[in-house]
Ligand binder design. Structure first.
Ligand code: PLP
Length: 396
């Protein structure tokens, strides 16, 4: 196997330097454990940034992908394929939506969602002004040009102008600001993450979300929820919106849905299910048999009530154990299910993450001063305890 330093040099010479990588080359994994190229073991609290919900090398997932690879990996959307249709049926049955559009990533799912939202308004009102989409400050919706504009953080906007028009930002949890912006007749939709992940793992206030849902219903504004990071069991229900007691018109999801294989999806409720007509939208790889055969395994496992209850239990226990450390480094622990943020402050976050790695635990950064934990949903109680024991060593 090529050694780490050689890999690092080759990467610097050949790959665009768009990522700040940890000083580590990963090679393989098993469950919630991963191994670097030198054979060192780590507890994986990253899951490929909230992807691998069933952990690494899950036998059912590996079998489904290998079986499907031997049959057919890509057919195109010119043909019907059973894995894609099954995945759509399962998604709709699980959460009570009507129709699904398959994409290949979170940003691409959000692009589709934005198109549906605008077309819904256009078809119904024929008003070129009524196309504004509200998003929240500190949100994150992707890196394509439209989803960058939807992202309510200036730091992602710099250098990439001009953007598509008609996005406005509401301050998260500020009901007055929400009411004021929703009153604008130009607004056709609001898009939000229920737990803002990238900007620091911040769950939205239920009262704010209920108010948004109420105003949407009153004004025929589409309620759109980005479940790219929160979805597929991450927060202890299949979608986080099930805990907020709302039924969105549109939901985007991706990350965990393919268990590690790239996939994204937009799920539509009754208002929006038939907005897109033949030729309005499409993508070559969307819903391909390989990705959707993986999604079918994920949906069978994670759609199970007992599995989701266990995610809730493990998430609460994990947060409790971190709080119980009573470390002065830990300013706050927050989250939902196995989406956990440990606020440590901007000065300490990088150093603490590096020390966690040195001691065999991989974790992520979010916002400016948050350690973000997104472990595989199959992480065991024992592995959680071991990770907390490492935190006890590393935190003051
Ligand atoms: N939306 C949210 C809430 C996300 O967290 C992300 C990625 O982190 C995206 C969209 C973009 O997804 P992708 O990176 O798959 O394009």
């Amino acid at each position: 196997m090529t050694d780490f330093e050689t890999l690092k040099t080759l990467e610097h010479e050949n790959v665009m330097q768009t990522y700040g990588r940890f000083d580590l080359a990963l090679d393989h994994g098993q469950g919630a454990l991963v191994y670097d190229v030198d054979g060192n073991e780590y507890i994986d609290l990253t899951s490929g940034i909230g992807v691998n919900p069933l952990g690494h090398n899950h036998p059912g997932l590996v079998k489904a992908i290998s079986d499907q690879a031997q049959k057919m990996m890509q057919a195109s959307n010119l043909f019907y394929t059973e894995p894609m249709i099954q995945a759509a049926v399962k998604l709709n049955q699980l959460v009570g939506t009507e129709k699904v559009f398959f994409a290949n990533s979170g940003a691409e799912a959000n692009e589709g969602l934005i198109k549906i939202a605008r077309k819904y308004s256009w078809d119904k009102y024929h008003d070129p002004e009524r196309l504004t989409i509200l998003t929240l400050k500190n949100s994150f919706h992707g890196r394509t040009i439209a989803t960058l504009e939807a992202t309510g953080q200036d730091k992602f906007h710099a250098n990439f102008f001009p953007f598509t028009e008609a996005f406005e930002y509401v301050e998260a949890n500020n009901i007055e600001d929400l009411k004021e912006k929703m009153a604008d007749p130009k607004v056709c939709a609001i898009l939000m993450e229920l737990v803002q992940g990238e900007s620091g793992v911040r769950p939205l206030d239920p009262a704010f979300v209920s108010e948004a849902a109420k105003l949407c219903a009153q004004n025929d504004i589409l309620l759109c929820i980005d479940e790219v990071q929160t979805g597929v069991g991450r927060t202890g229900t299949f979608f986080a919106w099930q805990q907020y007691g709302i039924q969105p018109d549109l939901t985007s999801t991706a990350k965990g849905l393919g268990g590690g294989v790239p996939i994204g999806a937009v799920l539509a409720g009754p208002k929006t299910a038939d907005v897109l007509k033949a030729g309005d939208h499409g993508t070559t790889f969307g819903g391909n048999p390989l990705a959707t055969s993986a999604a079918n395994v994920v949906l069978d496992e994670i759609g199970d009530e007992a599995f989701l209850k266990d995610v809730q239990r493990k998430g609460e226990s994990f947060m409790e154990q971190i709080r119980a450390l009573q470390s002065p480094d830990v300013l706050e622990v927050r989250g939902l299910g196995l989406m956990i943020g440990i606020e440590v402050g901007p000065e300490k976050v990088s150093d603490l993450l590096a020390k966690l790695i040195e001691n065999g635990v991989l974790a992520l950064k979010a916002g400016t001063g948050t350690i973000r934990l997104l472990p595989p949903l199959v992480i065991s109680d024992d592995q959680i305890e071991k990770a907390v024991a490492v935190m006890k060593e590393v935190f003051a």
